[in-house]
Structure formats: structure tokens, C-alpha cells
Design a protein around this ligand. Structure first.
Ligand SMILES: [Zn+2]
Length: 419
């Protein structure tokens, strides 16, 4: 600790934070392992109730907006004042981990509780947000809550359904929202003073390098191409090799091409074929059709676009090489999000005050911060993930890192909004 700024005594209540995290992890515990708390499920509502209850029991206001987001503010907070939002999400993937999202929300709550208990004089309001359905594990509309709050509800489907065809409208109503009134949940950008999100890294970089805190430069953009390779299904015994139009061989070629495309990061950061469906998928039939996805990520939109064009050009080469044809559609296109320099400086200064080692890094995973960055200056803080794993039951971080990250968040907020 090297601070001489009078914030030496400013500290989160570490045991309260860890208690809240462990209690929340019991909601949606899955007998098959990990936590299953998809957005707009009953477990997700119970998680909202738990966090809202913790906030109310300590004198804070908690409410659900029309999009199903949980918002927590100081009692009597003036709604028209400039507001710094702190948060993340409480929903999980199926059999996910206990920290992805939940940590950012509870550390944000801990920061607001600490500032409130210390009666810190704030020139900017601080509001904690738990965004609804960030993961999109049940309703395939990821970043739902942040898109609604950022005023992007026109970009969302008008009548969304879950993977089983059940309408979002009913699930959202049960969660306290209202599909017919989404624009009421949008915040005018003029009121927003910024957005901060604390999150586990979900990768191995910080732990491998012994750094305490990751300071995110940018969140990668993502392009997903949905590809169909079309050939001719035929008998595996009687069809001569020269007569075949085998789309699975084309798919193998494409998979290798995509794997080699990044070329040490020269063309794009990472590239993946992650899903393959073969028809008829029979041991004694030359396949007739293959569907697959190509996932490309980079922080530079120009390189991302070039990588996508390279894949499209290679598809034409495959048609000639294997006598197949193809269809290629753009399934996902999210732009890279650059984090705000003044918020990054505040985070770096807070971490330095606390004597922590900071490392600059990109985020290869998507976060609500990339949506918020389109309407207000945004930044992210990462802490190390043990083993670099996430979205699995083994997801974990050391208690000391969980507390240190929350301290960085609190001190950053204090630097930004305390008089
Ligand atoms: Zn997350």
C-alpha cells in the first residue's frame, strides 16, 4: 500500500463479499455440476431476488426495469443526476461457473454499500446493474439487458422465443419486466457518466504471468459465418473416388484453412470451426451436405473483415477443388469495442495505489461492456482465473484476487465520483 491520498482506509468488506458470492452460488446449483441459471429462468429471478434483498436490507433501493435488468441505487437517488453504472450479469450458461457475471455484480454492490456506509459525498450517482440474459443460454438473444438499457431494443427481435419456442414475453413478465414497454428501460446517454465492469478473465494470461489485475484495452469484435457445403450423397462402396462430390472433405479443408488463418495473429486474433453437422451422417454413405460455423475474432474491424473475405474466397476454391457448392451467411457481426482511456487511467491509478500489478490486455470474450461502450465511456477490470477455465463447473479464482479486484473497483469509483 503506497497511497497517501486519504483513501487508505477505504476498503470493501471482504468477508461480506465472499459470503454473498457463496450464497448466490447456491441458486441454480445443477446436480450435473456447476450452476445452471439461464436468463429469464426461475433460478435467474431467484438470483435477482437474492441480490435485491441484500441491497434493500442495507437501505438501498432495488427495482427491475422493463427489460428485466436489476438496478440498485442509493435510497432517494436523484434520477436526473449523471450516473456511473457498475455491473455485470447474474445469468449463466448451462453447467456454468459461479463467478462469471455474478462476481462483477456483487463486487459492484459491495462498492456501492461501502461508499454509502462511509457516507462518501458523490458528485455523480452510482447505480449497480445486473443485466438480464447476457449469455443467451435459454433465450438466444445474448446481451439482451444491456441492449435494452442502451436503447437498442429496435435491434432485438419483436417476438423472441427460447430454444423450445416459448415466448420471452411471458418469462420476462414473470421476471418483473414488460416486453411491450422496453423503450422505458433505455437510459438517455446524456445521463450516463460511464460504465465499469469487473469480471474474471476466463483465460490463462493473468495467472500465467503472475499479474494481479487485467486492464482491458478492447473487447474483440466477432464475425460468425454460417456455412453450408453441398455435395452429392452416394454409396460408400460403389461410388468411385473420381466420381465423388464430398462436402465433408471440403469441410475438412476449410477447417484446416480456418485454423491456419490467424497465422500468429497477422490476419486475425483467433479463428474457429466449432460446430459441424454432417448429413446423412451414416458410416456407409458419402455425405451429401455439411453445415458448419466459422467464428473469427479480432480487435481491428479491418482485419476482421479481411479474414471473413479470405474465408469466403476459400469457399469458392473448395467448390472447384471438390466439385461441391456452398451457401455462406453472416450469423453474427459484433464490432470491436475500445475501452475509454480516462476510465482505464483511473483503474490503473487505483491498482497502483493498492500496490497491485496490472497488465494491459484484450478481451477475447464478449461482455455487456461492449454494448455499453456504444452509448457511454466504458472500461473493464479482469482478475485471474485459476487454470484459465470458465463456463465450466471448475471455474474459480482465489479469494485474495476476488477481494483485490473489488478493491480496485471501489478505489476506481472513488477516484471518479467522490468530491
Ligand atoms: Zn460474463
Amino acid at each position: 500500500m503506497t497511497s497517501t491520498t486519504g483513501t487508505d482506509l477505504l476498503s470493501v468488506d471482504a468477508s461480506r463479499l465472499l459470503d454473498h458470492l457463496r450464497q448466490l452460488a447456491e441458486i441454480g446449483g445443477d446436480p450435473a455440476g456447476g450452476i445452471t441459471r439461464p436468463g429469464f429462468s426461475r433460478a435467474a429471478s431467484l438470483a435477482n431476488d437474492f441480490v435485491a434483498g441484500m441491497a434493500r436490507s442495507r437501505g438501498l433501493d432495488a427495482r427491475i426495469d422493463a427489460g428485466g435488468n436489476l438496478l440498485i441505487a442509493r435510497d432517494g437517488a436523484a434520477p436526473a443526476r449523471p450516473t456511473l453504472l457498475l455491473g455485470s450479469h447474474l445469468d449463466t450458461v448451462v453447467n456454468g461457473g459461479w463467478l462469471d457475471g455474478a462476481y462483477g455484480v456483487l463486487a459492484a454492490l459491495e462498492s456501492l454499500l461501502t461508499l454509502t456506509e462511509q457516507e462518501t459525498d458523490l458528485h455523480t450517482e452510482v447505480v449497480v446493474v445486473a443485466f438480464a440474459n447476457e449469455e443467451g443460454a435459454l433465450f438466444p438473444q445474448p446481451f439482451w439487458g444491456s441492449m435494452v438499457l442502451a436503447g437498442m431494443s429496435d435491434d432485438l427481435p419483436a417476438a423472441p422465443t427460447d430454444y423450445n419456442g416459448n415466448p420471452l414475453s411471458a418469462a420476462l413478465r414473470r421476471a418483473g419486466g414488460d416486453l411491450t414497454n422496453l423503450p422505458s428501460a433505455a437510459w438517455p446517454p446524456a445521463i450516463l457518466a460511464g460504465y465499469l465492469e469487473l469480471h474474471i478473465e476466463q483465460g490463462p494470461v493473468l495467472a500465467d504471468e503472475g499479474a494481479d489485475v487485467g486492464l482491458v484495452d478492447a473487447i474483440v469484435g466477432r464475425t460468425v459465418l454460417s456455412v453450408e457445403l453441398l455435395g452429392v450423397a452416394a454409396h460408400a462402396g460403389t461410388t468411385p473416388m473420381r466420381s465423388r462430390h464430398d462436402p465433408l472433405v471440403a469441410a475438412a479443408d476449410l477447417t484446416t484453412f480456418v485454423h491456419q488463418l490467424p497465422d500468429g495473429g497477422r490476419n486475425c486474433q483467433v479463428a474457429t470451426v466449432g460446430r459441424l453437422e454432417v448429413e446423412p451422417n451414416s458410416a456407409n454413405t458419402v455425405p451429401g451436405q455439411v453445415r458448419l460455423t466459422v467464428d473469427l475474432r479480432d480487435v481491428d474491424p479491418v482485419r476482421l473483415n479481411a479474414a471473413s473475405e479470405a474465408v469466403r474466397a476459400h469457399l469458392h476454391t473448395l467448390d472447384r477443388r471438390y466439385g461441391t457448392s456452398h451457401r455462406c451467411t453472416l450469423a453474427v457481426c459484433s464490432r470491436p469495442a475500445v475501452m475509454a482511456p480516462h476510465l482505464r487511467r483511473a483503474i490503473a491509478a487505483a491498482a497502483s495505489d493498492l500496490g497491485l500489478r496490472v497488465r494491459d490486455m484484450n478481451s477475447g470474450a464478449g461482455h455487456d461492456a461492449q454494448i455499453m461502450a456504444t452509448v457511454t465511456p466504458s472500461a473493464m477490470i479482469f482478475i485471474p482465473s485459476i487454470g484459465g477455465v470458465s463456463h465450466v463447473p471448475d471455474e474459480n479464482s482465489h479469494d485474495r484476487d476476488l477481494v483485490a479486484g473489488a478493491q480496485v473497483l471501489l478505489h476506481t469509483v472513488h477516484r471518479l465520483v467522490a468530491r
